[in-house]
Design a protein around this ligand. Structure first.
Ligand code: NAD
Length: 316
């Protein structure tokens, strides 16, 4: 990206979005956040409020006129806003359709009308479903998601690639492993800390605890995204973003227990190989494509989780 772009970040008040905003401002860009604050938090974007290059627009992607107004004069869009709660799809079948698919359609339409030609999208490993190849490369198929969340993200990817082709846009699709770090508001580390604060003598783990997944620290996630965007020139650029190893749910429990300074904690398991309907028990993404561009992760899953537990316990 050339210096000083006007960049729109949807969902910029959330966990991943707010870290991205910090880095984009550090690089000298003008940044506009569009967020309805449904799961985002004003305190994540309080510090740049005085920065003349930063603007916060409180608005909803389900309001097509509001999103079109903020697309005016924008050079690049990071579409980060979504409902990221995978479990929710089992009890509310509408939420991911609206917040992910319809919201993305509204954004793409606003971009098309306003002539905004570049978009990066935060997708997910869940589009692969229960992949038979591990580490799973970007070219793996067929893509058979097993959660409504995964299905909605795959639908978003399809909308984005077809808009890119039809309306001469350029798109980056980033399929994330589990991203963790300061400002995390959901996920296993957050859940374990909450549970152990309530009952420090026992920890209930969903499933059998043997789920093995890849975790990546937010600092590395943001760096790899920005690095990749600068280096890739295809109309559609799809990249897995993750670490090169996995960690089990039980091991994450042990790390959180250690970081909280607890001992003699009894682990109990709800049973079954997955934590909930739609949970993919084994996930590791192939990152050869990312490495081929010259970017290597410095963190293991364990280090990412441990540093996250530490920063969350420090109130960060
Ligand atoms: P988050 O909930 O912290 O961030 C989502 C942001 O979007 C919030 O600030 C929320 O208020 C905003 N938002 C939601 N619906 C909106 C709407 N209709 N209009 C405007 N704003 C809206 O979640 P996160 O963990 O930071 O996830 C960010 C993105 O990364 C999501 O697209 C998610 O699907 C994707 N992702 C996250 C992970 C992860 O491990 N955290 C993994 C894979 C993919």
């Amino acid at each position: 990206m050339p210096a000083k772009n006007k960049i729109l970040v949807t969902g910029g008040a959330g966990f991943i979005g707010s870290h991205l905003v910090d880095r984009l401002l550090e690089r000298g860009n003008e940044v506009l956040v569009f967020d309805n604050l449904s799961s985002g938090d004003l305190k994540f974007i309080e510090h740049p409020l005085e920065n003349p290059d930063f603007t916060l627009v409180e608005g909803d992607l389900l309001d097509p006129e509001a999103i079109e107004r903020v697309c005016k004069g924008v050079d690049f869009v990071f579409h980060v806003a979504a409902n990221p709660d995978v479990k929710l799809g089992a009890s509310d079948t509408r939420v991911h359709f609206d917040q992910n698919i319809l919201a993305t359609y509204n954004l793409l339409e606003a971009m098309r009308r306003q002539g905004v030609g570049k978009l990066a999208f935060t997708s997910t490993s869940t589009v692969y479903g229960e992949a038979k190849v591990m580490p799973t490369p970007e070219g793996y198929g067929p893509l058979i998601p097993i959660s409504l969340y995964g299905a909605s993200k795959l639908a978003c990817e399809a909308l984005i690639t077809s808009y890119a082709h039809t309306f001469d846009m350029q798109a980056w699709i980033f399929r994330f492993a589990n991203i963790v770090g300061p400002r995390s508001t959901h996920g296993i580390t957050v859940d374990f800390i909450r549970k152990l604060r309530e009952t420090p003598e026992k920890l209930e783990i969903l499933g059998d605890g043997k789920q093995e997944k890849s975790y990546l620290h937010i600092s590395e996630c943001v760096e790899s995204i920005l690095f990749t965007i600068e280096k890739s020139e295809e109309e559609v650029n799809i990249f897995n973003i993750g670490s090169e190893d996995t960690i089990s749910a039980t091991r994450i429990g042990e790390i959180v227990v250690e970081e909280m300074g607890l001992s003699n904690v009894e682990f109990t398991y709800t049973g079954g190989s997955r934590g909930w309907k739609g949970d993919v028990p084994r996930m590791r993404l192939g990152i050869e494509k990312l490495k081929g561009m010259g970017w290597e992760p410095g963190y293991t899953s364990e280090r990412s989780v441990r540093e996250t537990a530490r920063s969350l316990l420090d109130g960060k």
